[in-house]
Design a binder for this molecule. Structure first.
Ligand code: SF4
Ligand code: SF4
Length: 83
């Protein structure tokens, strides 16, 4: 009985966490991106790839908007924005 309440609590918390995270997404300034790949290595969701060695692109379906890539980008061209 107690475990049922515990599972329900965890599900609710995870739902709101996911909802909150999904409000944001990473977008970069492709014309200023130097394709260093730091954001790609930093992303915990493997949501970033380097397009033809030219600039980073973000897979919107995978990105959870955590902002780690924004913090890691040495050129300051990756940004966490509202979806
Ligand atoms: S915001 Fe997070 S999940 Fe989205 S691309 Fe950046 S590091 Fe990956
Ligand atoms: S870390 Fe910044 S400069 Fe490097 S590939 Fe990612 S967006 Fe481009």
């Amino acid at each position: 009985m107690i475990s049922c309440y515990l599972v329900r609590f965890v599900v609710i918390i995870n739902y709101y966490s996911l909802f909150d995270m999904s409000k944001y997404i990473a977008k970069n300034e492709q014309d200023r991106c130097v394709a260093c790949g730091v954001c790609m290595k930093t992303c915990p969701r493997d949501a970033v790839s380097i397009y033809k060695g030219c600039y980073a692109i973000v897979d919107e379906a995978l990105c959870i908007g955590c902002g780690l890539c924004e913090k890691a980008c040495p050129a300051g061209v990756m940004h966490k924005v509202i979806r």
